[in-house]
Ligand binder design. Sequence first.
Ligand SMILES: Nc1ncnc2c1ncn2[C@@H]1O[C@H](COP(=O)(O)OP(=O)(O)OP(=O)(O)O)[C@@H](O)[C@H]1O
Ligand SMILES: [Mg+2]
Length: 352
Amino acid sequence: MVRDDLIIVKDLKKYFPIRAGLFGTKGVFVRAVDGVSLTIKRGETFGLAGESGCGKSTFARLLLRLIEPTAGKVLFDGIDLFSLSKKELRKLRRRMGIVFQDPKSSLNPRMTIYNILKRPLEIHGIGSSKEERLNMIIEILEKVGLGEEHLNRYPHELSGGQQQRVSIARAIITKPDFVVLDEPTSALDISVQAQILNLLVKLQREFKLTYLFITHNLMVLQYISDRVGIMYLGKVVEIMNTRDELNLGKVYHPYTAFLMLSIPAVDIRERRRDKIIVPGEVPSSINPPTGCRFHPRCPFAKEECKSKEPPLLEIRRGHYVACHFPSITEEKLTPYVEERMESIRRLLRGGS
Ligand SMILES: Nc1ncnc2c1ncn2[C@@H]1O[C@H](COP(=O)(O)OP(=O)(O)OP(=O)(O)O)[C@@H](O)[C@H]1O
Ligand SMILES: [Mg+2]
């Protein structure tokens, strides 16, 4: 039986202990991921966005069990990820890959490209001879737009874009089902970003990959993802379908609306990394606000928002929102967001 959902996440939590310091802060935790439930469908690109520190990378690392959870469950193709033994986990890891933001620090500078790509094959016992592995390596290099001539080079002898192509090759050489892309283009020149995005789209089709794509850049998500989840202080506050609605304009959470309104419309083409600016400070995830975590920054917050945490509810088919008053955003912010997104799209298409 082929399941529609490749990954099912249930109430996942990761609290990092803070070292007991001068003031005896024992028992204090950063709630990096604080109760996230969602599913990632087979073959889709699930985009994840939100301000720095909201827990995106921690969430991704949990899905690959690179770190252990504090609580919660992840089913990977029906397999309970956190109940696996080390040996079983190693076997399952063949079906997962990850590409990090900065290829320079994620590729070992002392290894040649050949050796970097040979490692995953060795770890998973793929290929029966040296020759067979070499052929696999050359084949994957060609798939990512590199060639045999790169085999004996070291990462520093490649451009940033080429380095990221190697990272991608390393992530998919075991023919995984699921690949986490953690800001895979944010460290690259703007001209290279589009090439890498196009490569990722091509590879997804060819290898039937499922992506979790993390980025600060909402326009990138608009371009590449099927669904988008917005995180705020360890929680998912909105999940929407970008394919059905054709754009990211229709939003119901004030935080999502502010994220979108803060995309710079004028210099979007030039910016290397889009900084998200939402009014107010991000509160600490050590002591998150009561009720709705966004209430101290929300211009529409009412009494209820301060005391009662809003659950993530399906407001329209496939569209989930964790807000007590989504109609206020719809009325007061959505029209501006839609207008802004349209003008950005026009700009990106090359208009004025
Ligand atoms: N190993 C760790 N030990 C302690 N705290 C951590 C650890 N890893 C992450 N954190 C904290 O958990 C929170 C979430 O971090 P995370 O890296 O997941 O955020 P992020 O959304 O990926 O941010 P960015 O957009 O900057 O990459 C932050 O407050 C961070 O400082
Ligand atoms: Mg991160």
